[in-house]
Design a binder for this molecule. Structure first.
Ligand code: AMP
Length: 121
């Protein structure tokens, strides 16, 4: 089966999460390793609302899944799971979600996974 990568939007190096990665903006950091950074969402939609972002320049989930290396993808999702474990989310139950594109409600065009737990899920 041949695989044709989609045409992606241009990555904006001045998006908020890129600026957090460059230490130009603060964040409430929860976890960091070579592949990912996790921090609290500034406008939480649940009692626990964490964002996990890869360190590489990817606009959204599809861009990341199609263009990132297998190492980056594995490292990123292992980091998500480390956050889930460290924060006790697996015990409580949690939602992992990613908005891809403006029609899906994406506002920041640096790929991120929302980890939400607690009321009002
Ligand atoms: P999305 O709609 O999936 O693009 O979600 C972007 C999320 O980023 C929203 O939930 C915002 O509240 C959150 N957000 C925006 N700016 C910041 C920031 N400086 N620090 C932490 N979270 C942010």
């Amino acid at each position: 089966m041949s695989f044709q990568p989609a045409l992606f939007r241009e990555y904006d190096t001045d998006n908020v999460f890129a600026r957090i990665l460059r230490f130009e903006l603060p964040c409430q950091k929860i976890y960091e390793d070579g592949w990912a950074l996790a921090f609290y969402d500034i406008q939480p939609k649940a009692s626990i609302h964490i964002l996990v972002i890869p360190k590489g320049p990817y606009c959204d989930a599809s861009h990341f899944h199609q263009v990132a290396t297998s190492e980056e993808i594995l490292g990123f999702y292992k980091a998500c799971e480390a956050v889930v474990k460290d924060q006790g989310l697996y015990k409580r139950g949690y939602r992992a979600a990613s908005h891809c594109g403006t029609e899906a409600g994406q506002e920041v065009f640096h790929f991120h996974v929302h980890l939400m737990s607690g009321a009002p899920l």
